[in-house]
Design a protein around this ligand. Structure first.
Ligand SMILES: *[C@@H]1O[C@H](CO)[C@@H](O)[C@H](O)[C@H]1NC(C)=O
Ligand SMILES: *[C@@H]1O[C@H](CO)[C@@H](O)[C@H](O)[C@H]1NC(C)=O
Ligand SMILES: *[C@@H]1O[C@H](CO)[C@@H](O)[C@H](O)[C@H]1NC(C)=O
Length: 438
């Protein structure tokens, strides 16, 4: 108890001992009317960076992101509304009139005589500092010569995107900050949370509110830096990387499921009779047209890139499936004019195919009508032969069975291929979707 009291009082005393002489000094020399005048001393050179000896001036930067919006594939850019903070030390300033922990805000006419980092945003296409009702920037000076500058900007940042995995793509967009003229040995940028930063408890990137984009989810924010070596010196730029993952739900609902349904619909053709020409052709052609419309629609929301994306691959395969259905029908229709020798040729996996096809000669031209009638009637419950011989009926019967057999196989083969395609497509695009750019 006594010990605690002693230590507490000695702490209090020590605070007083440090505080009192300093405050007294401040009070005797400084007053509110001369506080700004002395800060920038005589002979201060605005153009000279405040590097001390061989040591470059370290500039620590922080991005406070208020909003990210307008991320767009068409123009490949996005907008960011942010507060940009940079801080550095200028030991040439006369800061003795500034009280500890009470930084002063420099008026514009004083601040404009100060050396400030020539910050620029390397990959911005456009940008503006807010000016309503006053320029949204201020410069604060601390007693130890630390200078803090805050500014509010809106920037249009370029973000080249690789759309190979669209719509399962992950895009990395970055904001690159650098000094326009100063090489690293004069002035060097750092993130505030760098390991050797004096202000490392300040986050380098702060999201002031959750970023909500209609198409993307902001999945990660990382900071990094990149140095380029030139013969005039090395130049380091700070890179803030934003990783955006696209929301897939709307694509599943609007494109993937409808296209699957169209493909499934086209398979109905295999359950229809070979003779149902209008029905089967219409089914195929309608499916093909529906998918073609979807291809056009899917292409309308992304720029006309030279490569094919994941959605293209999908729709191309669906179109292929439907097209194959039409081809299958053409083949099975054509084969219905052929017959087998033994009449027992059916196909794998139902029966082994042993016979050879030969051209059916009886059914051409003159007998076409009669053969058609008999062919239909062989299907029906009441077998009524129009005007064909016993032999002809036999031939037709076998033709019908081999034709049906192609349909039967297709009922299995087509879904099988579609399944295989799905098994390859989804894992590939979902697991290997790599960030498109940086
Ligand atoms: C403030 O201090 C300066 C000297 O540093 C003196 O000339 C001036 O009169 C003072 N002003 C007031 C209001 O005390
Ligand atoms: C990027 O940041 C995220 C968190 O926002 C973190 O999980 C991830 O490990 C970081 N990646 C790298 C390469 O630093
Ligand atoms: C630039 O960096 C390289 C190493 O990356 C170093 O060898 C070189 O001395 C640097 N140049 C200057 C001018 O600092």
């Amino acid at each position: 108890m006594l010990f605690q009291l002693l230590t507490e009082s000695s702490f209090f005393l020590s605070v007083l001992c440090v505080q009192v002489p300093q405050d007294a000094q401040v009070l005797t020399q400084c007053n509110s009317s001369n506080i700004f005048d002395g800060i920038i001393p005589q002979g201060y050179k605005k153009a000279v960076a405040p590097s001390t000896g061989d040591k470059e001036v370290d500039i620590y930067i922080t991005l406070q992101i208020a909003d990210i919006y307008g991320l767009d594939e068409e123009s490949m850019d996005f907008y960011v509304h942010m507060y940009f903070d940079d801080m550095w030390r200028d030991e040439r300033l006369a800061t003795k009139c500034i009280q500890r922990a009470r930084p002063i805000i420099l008026p514009e006419e004083v601040a404009e005589n100060l050396w400030v980092p020539d910050i620029y945003f390397e990959n911005s296409k456009w940008g503006e500092m807010f000016k309503i009702s006053v320029p949204n920037t201020n410069v604060k000076v601390m007693q130890d010569g630390m200078i803090y500058r805050y500014s509010r900007y809106v920037l249009q940042i370029s973000c080249p995107m690789d759309l190979r995995f669209y719509p399962m793509d992950i895009q990395i967009c970055s904001i690159r900050v650098a000094l326009f003229a100063h090489p690293d040995d004069v002035a060097r940028l750092h993130w505030t949370n760098d390991l050797d930063s004096p202000v490392k408890d300040i986050d380098a990137i702060v999201l002031l509110s959750p970023v909500k984009l209609p198409q993307f989810k902001l999945s990660a924010v990382n900071t990094t830096e990149h140095t380029e070596n030139w013969n005039t010196g090395n130049y380091t730029s700070m890179i803030a990387k934003f990783t955006f993952a696209r929301h897939l739900t709307s694509y599943i609902v609007n494109t993937y499921i409808p296209s699957v349904l169209v493909v499934l619909m086209s398979w109905l053709s295999f359950w229809l009779d070979v003779g149902a020409v209008p029905a089967r052709v219409t089914l195929g052609v309608t499916s093909l047209l529906t998918l073609a419309t979807q291809v056009v629609q899917s292409r309308s929301s992304i720029p006309p890139v030279a490569y094919i994306n994941a959605l293209d691959v999908w729709l191309f395969f669906c179109i292929n499936m439907v097209f194959s259905t039409l081809v299958e029908y053409a083949i099975s229709y054509y084969i219905s004019f052929y017959k087998t020798f033994d009449g027992k040729c059916l196909c794998f996996p139902f029966q082994r195919c042993t016979g050879n096809f030969i051209k059916k000669t009886i059914a051409d031209q003159s007998n076409a009508v009669s053969s058609k009638v008999s062919w239909v009637s062989s299907e029906g419950p009441t077998e009524r032969l129009a005007s064909s011989s016993e032999k002809q009926q036999k031939i037709l019967g076998s033709t019908v069975s081999s034709t049906k057999c192609i349909d039967k196989i297709s009922r299995l083969i087509f879904p099988f291929f579609f399944l295989i395609f799905n098994i390859m497509y989804w894992p590939y695009y979902l697991t290997f979707s790599t960030p498109g750019s940086d």
